[in-house]
Write a protein that binds this ligand. Structure first.
Ligand code: 13P
Length: 275
């Protein structure tokens, strides 16, 4: 597992990483309006008050006493991902978990662009917590976005079968099996922000780095950088676009064969069991 190394990024560098990811997702049309949200966990000391002087208490979606003192940078509900890079302190806040793990102190800027953290913070927080517990990572980024082609495919029942989805999508570029050796996970349509979506996302992100939220979008994680999570979303969306093109063009393209994909995986030392 690639992970972040010391010296750890400071808060300014984290804000730029998040901002660049938001900007790129906007460039690929994966965050119309205020669609999408981003959060990162930083397991080292961050002093938020210089950037985010306003403080209030935030109830956490699940009680996590083991995360007392942990720091999360999170996008605001209704914020545009494309605006984060040019004005990070208006669109992000920093939550530092209080002793007992039921609440956090949320640091924001005066006159920021939101009243609450993202409506998907329950899924983000539950996944961060799970990943920290399972891997001991000091860094974890989560990105939710709504790229059109992968979301479109998830409206077709066949593509909600993970085996069908992965074998059809990962055939379009040699990079895909290298970047997504576990393929995509899929959760059925579940109401945005719901406990059911949180639980299904948590389970699927244990085994996959990108998960399709059927009829809604995708969610991706990374232990390296927010940009790495958004890269994965970009790879998925590119693959979905090839698939869509092929559907529109009558399905004549072969794509990489299973044998070719196995050869690529062997050459790059990638363990996979999809092909
Ligand atoms: P927020 O603006 O609350 O983050 O919601 C956007 C979204 O994409 C919900 O899935």
């Amino acid at each position: 597992m690639m992970t972040i190394q010391e010296p750890y990024p400071d808060l300014d560098e984290l804000l730029v990483d998040i901002g660049k990811a938001g900007h790129r997702l906007s460039q690929i049309d994966a965050s119309e309006g205020s669609a999408g949200n981003i959060s990162v966990y930083a397991g080292w000391h961050i002093e938020p008050r210089h950037h985010f002087p306003k403080v209030e208490e935030l109830s956490l979606p699940v009680t996590a006493p083991e995360l007392a003192g942990a720091c999360f940078v999170v996008s605001g509900s209704g914020c545009r991902l494309r605006d984060i890079l040019s004005d990070p302190t208006a669109n992000l806040g920093v939550a530092i978990v209080n002793p007992g793990g039921e609440t956090a102190m949320l640091y924001t800027r005066y006159r920021c662009a939101f009243e609450r953290v993202t409506s998907e913070f329950n899924s983000h927080f539950a996944v961060h917590r799970d990943r920290i517990r399972l891997t001991g990572t000091d860094f974890h980024a989560i990105v939710h976005a709504q790229p059109m082609h992968i979301t479109y495919l998830s409206h077709i029942a066949l593509y909600r079968d993970p085996n069908y989805l992965n074998r059809h999508l990962l055939r379009w570029q040699p990079e895909l099996i290298v970047n997504l050796p576990q393929g995509l996970g899929v959760v059925p349509f579940l109401v945005p922000g719901s406990d059911a979506l949180m639980a299904a996302t948590l389970e699927q992100l244990r085994d996959h780095r990108v998960v399709v939220w059927s009829k809604h979008g995708v969610i991706a994680g990374s232990e390296e950088a927010t940009l790495r999570a958004s890269d994965r979303i970009e790879y998925v969306e590119t693959a979905a676009r090839y698939e869509y093109l092929n559907l529109c063009a009558g399905g004549n393209a072969e794509g990489l064969s299973p044998e070719e994909i196995r050869t690529i995986a062997a050459a790059f030392g990638v363990e996979q069991n999809l092909f």
